[in-house]
Design a protein around this ligand. Structure first.
Ligand SMILES: C=C(O[C@@H]1C=C(C(=O)O)C=C[C@H]1O)C(=O)O
Length: 249
């Protein structure tokens, strides 16, 4: 038998609806799911450790060749809830921003917002491990993504939702990650893969109940905050963001 297609998936709750069908439908016998945080998935795609992955769109310009597969993504048309700048002080008083080591897209989005939307002068500090979250004090804020961001929501006075801010600035939705490959995958495989993604989106109530954690309303998270269809507007938002990346390095 041919080797299974290695599929990189984000190790956060946001991905549960997209993988629900991949774990249950017959396609599960053709794939191997490899879970990691987004920045690590980007590395895995670059080094060939995965064939297809839910990879941060911010790394797409670094790939010699790429394909955006299927019709689903991790996106938002307004506040996403799990990607934010957390602070004790309002935006105009922030002097330093610690950047989540698990992120690629959100860190670049934050830098774009700092330069083009908030227009503030700040120092960026790359975080190396989870301890950076304890450093959010006074005029030092931090970007946090994923489940850890949902968990921190009750702890900070100021929460700037990065997808919501992007929407205010551009009028467009934001795409954090899409199903990216560096080689063309068979059309019949992508069709089945896409159908498996759709299957999960038809089972949001079960998935929300299964992962219920008392931290955040997951039904709202999966159906209002996150928006998984890679439609025309999301493609426009994604193209705009990718075209802006050279202006923020
Ligand atoms: C909405 C989210 O989107 C994510 C953020 C990413 C990034 O910043 O690179 C990549 C994938 C997604 O997991 C989240 O993590 O909460």
């Amino acid at each position: 038998m041919e080797q299974n297609i290695r599929v990189g998936i984000v190790s956060y709750l946001n991905t549960r609806p997209l993988i629900y069908g991949l774990q249950r439908l017959p396609i599960k016998n053709e794939i191997e799911l490899i879970e990691a945080y987004p920045a690590s998935l980007a590395e895995k795609l670059k080094t060939g450790a995965i064939d297809l992955g839910l990879v941060p769109v911010a790394v797409v310009p670094q790939l010699p060749k790429y394909y955006i597969n299927g019709h689903y993504c991790i996106g938002a048309v307004g506040d996403v809830a799990s990607v934010a700048l957390f602070s004790e002080q309002p935006i105009d008083q922030i002097k330093k921003i610690r950047l989540d080591y698990q992120s690629c897209s959100s860190v670049n989005l934050l830098k774009w917002l700092v330069k083009h939307h908030w227009k503030i002068e700040v120092e960026f500090i790359d975080a190396k491990d989870e301890s950076y979250i304890n450093g959010i004090k006074g005029d030092t804020a931090a970007v946090i993504i994923g489940d850890r961001a949902l968990a921190q929501r009750p702890n900070f006075k100021y929460i700037y939702d990065l997808a919501g801010e992007w929407k205010m600035a551009t009028g467009l939705p934001f795409v954090f990650a899409a199903w990216v490959s560096t080689k063309k995958l068979p059309d019949d495989f992508i069709l089945k893969f896409d159908e498996a993604n759709a299957y999960g989106l038809q089972h949001i109530d079960e998935i929300a109940a299964e992962h219920h954690n008392g931290v955040y309303d997951l039904k709202k998270y999966f159906s209002v905050n996150l928006s998984y269809e890679l439609d025309e507007d999301k493609r426009k938002g994604m193209a705009k963001f990718i075209s802006e990346i050279p202006t923020i390095r």
